[in-house]
Design a binder for this molecule. Structure first.
Ligand code: SF4
Length: 114
């Protein structure tokens, strides 16, 4: 049995996940917590925020994030990919700044206009 706090909404329900019983989740206030608890123990993923260099913008770095959650084990390597990325203003929120992170089909996208 693993205990964790649900991070899907601010309520922060205390979940218990029973690995011996099909990852059954208890303590969840809604269905989303059940999905989160099960996934967190079988294939944990996160949306990853970061920044890239930008030239010609109002700031020197542009905030970006992954377009979808990626496996937690990939986070370090994914952020490292951005070291070589430099974009040029203007950039629109949602523009892809790095395509297909580590073959996942998920992109880094801008999170603001600049
Ligand atoms: S289980 Fe549902 S209500 Fe509880 S924190 Fe997660 S999302 Fe919020």
């Amino acid at each position: 049995m693993t205990e964790l706090i649900c991070i899907v909404c601010p309520k922060g329900c205390h979940l218990k996940v029973d690995e011996q019983n099909g990852y059954a989740v208890t303590g969840n206030g809604c269905k989303r917590g059940e999905v989160y608890g099960k996934k967190e123990l079988t294939n944990p993923t996160r949306v990853v925020p970061s920044t890239v260099k930008i030239s010609g913008g109002s700031h020197r770095r542009l905030p970006v994030k992954t377009s979808e959650p990626i496996p937690k084990a990939m986070i370090f390597d994914a952020v490292k990919l951005l070291d070589t990325v430099e974009v040029t203003a203007p950039v629109k929120r949602g523009d892809v700044v790095y395509k297909d992170i580590l073959g996942t089909g998920i992109d880094f996208v801008a999170t603001r206009d600049m």
